[in-house]
Each structure stands twice: as C-alpha cells, then as structure tokens.
Design a protein around this ligand. Structure first.
Ligand code: HEM
Length: 215
C-alpha cells in the first residue's frame, strides 16, 4: 500500500471519513459480514442495496468525469455489473423485482468539479480495499460464496487492487493541490458515505420480510 505522507490529501480524506467508516462497519446489515454465521439473506439485501446505489452512482461519476474531462478513466472500474452478476447468475435474484428495489430515491451527490470527483471516487475506490478483506472472510465462511459464485463484487480488482488504488491516489493528489479543493473533496467523500448508509438502512428495514416467491 502507498505510504501516506503526513500532509497528504489521502491522509485528510481518511481522517475526515474515519468516523463515518467505523459507523458504516457497524451497520446492522454489514456488521456480521466477516463472521461465519452471517445469513445469506442479509448478503442478498446488501448486494441489492449496493447494486442500485452503484448503478446510479457510477452513471453520475462517468458523466461528471466526461464533462469535466477529468483524465480519469472509470470504465474499467465499473462494479455494478459484478453486483448484478452475483445476484442474477448466482442467486437467481432479479434486483429489479419490487422486493429488491430501493424504496427511497437516490439523492444525486454533487460532482461539479474535479475536487468533488476526487472525493466521490475516494469512498468508492477505498471500499474496494475493505472489499478484499470481506472477500477473504466470505469465501472462508458458510455462505458458499467464491469469486466465481456470488462473490464477484467483493473480489473486485483482485490482484490489481493495490496498483488501482495507487493510480487513484496519484490522480487525487495531482487534482487537488490547494486546501479549498481538499476541503471540497472531503465533503464529497462524506456525502457518499451518508448515501450508502441511507441505502443500507432502506434494506435493513425489510430484513425480516420475505420476498414474494418468484413465478
Ligand atoms: C460500503 C461500505 C464501505 C465503504 C464506503 C468503505 C470505504 C472505505 C475506504 C474509503 C477505505 C480506504 C481507507 C484509506 O484511505 O486507506 C476503506 C478501507 C478499508 N475498509 Fe472499508 N468501506 C466500507 C465497508 C467496509 C466494511 C463492512 C468493512 C469490514 C470488514 C471494511 C473494512 C475496511 C478495511 C479493513 C480497510 C483497509 C484495507 C487496507 O488498508 O488494506 N470496510 N474502506
């Protein structure tokens, strides 16, 4: 992993989102994810929540990145297709069926300049570091998940995780040289954490309800 310099943007982003990250790790739908008795049903709810979030959010990232001519190519990093693959191919869940759809509206996160793009990307690209840890746990646990079966999303970039993260960090540092931009980037990163938390809340509210059987 890249060394964090004392005054780097990376360190600021990490410090500013630390509480939100710890809070998210304690979310009722995520808290047991690395434990062997984590229920498959919660896993489906997490994948569905993340699928709808990532689909909307990745569209926003890509259009902002094009519009801003950011120089950052998000296309090879797209993750909502992996979530869809896990749900549809491995678990035969159609995330567009009413039960698996979000009940709240996705609130578009502002991405109006390069600093906001950097911040928004921080949360989503950083999550793939945690995804590596989760991936190892769920493959070792009782969910019956592997990178090929139901765990494609958490497998993420696999061995490419560190180089992709370093590439993102370089882009981030180069894009936000001044304090005002760093501040903006931090706020955008926090907005993503808040939106993911709200998306998960929406799904944990239905954790004890059953979907209608598929016909
Ligand atoms: C979808 C929710 C999540 C988001 C948005 C998220 C976000 C992030 C971010 C931004 C980082 C990078 C921190 C840095 O700058 O170094 C990170 C790292 C990490 N996250 Fe999460 N995270 C999420 C869920 C989780 C969960 C549930 C766990 C619990 C297992 C977790 C465990 C970790 C770990 C262990 C790292 C450090 C990985 C490393 O340094 O190699 N994350 N996450």
């Amino acid at each position: 992993m890249m060394q964090t310099l004392p005054d780097s943007l990376h360190q600021l982003l990490r410090a500013r989102t630390q509480v939100a990250h710890e809070h998210l790790n304690q979310h009722p739908l995520l808290v047991g994810l690395t434990q062997p008795d984590y229920p498959l049903r919660s896993y489906w709810l997490v994948l569905s929540a993340l699928y709808h979030f990532y689909r909307a959010f990745e569209a926003l990232i890509e259009s902002a990145s094009d519009r801003l001519k950011s120089g950052f190519d998000y296309a090879p990093r797209r993750k909502h297709g992996w979530l869809r693959q896990d749900l549809v191919d491995s678990f035969h869940i159609d995330p567009d069926d009413a039960f698996w759809r979000p009940r709240r509206k996705f609130l578009p996160i502002r991405i109006e300049d390069q600093a906001e793009l950097v911040g928004a990307l921080y949360s989503i690209e950083g999550a793939s570091l945690g995804g590596q840890v989760i991936s190892r746990h769920i493959q070792a646990g009782r969910l019956g998940v592997s990178a090929e079966h139901g765990g494609r999303f958490f497998h993420g970039y696999g061995e490419q995780t560190t180089p992709r993260w370093n590439e993102y960090l370089q882009f981030a540092e180069a894009s936000c040289p001044d304090a005002a931009q760093r501040e903006k980037a931090s706020n955008a990163a926090l907005a993503v954490f808040a939106e993911i938390e709200a998306a998960l809340d929406d799904y944990s509210a239905r954790a004890d309800k059953n979907p209608r059987p598929r016909t």
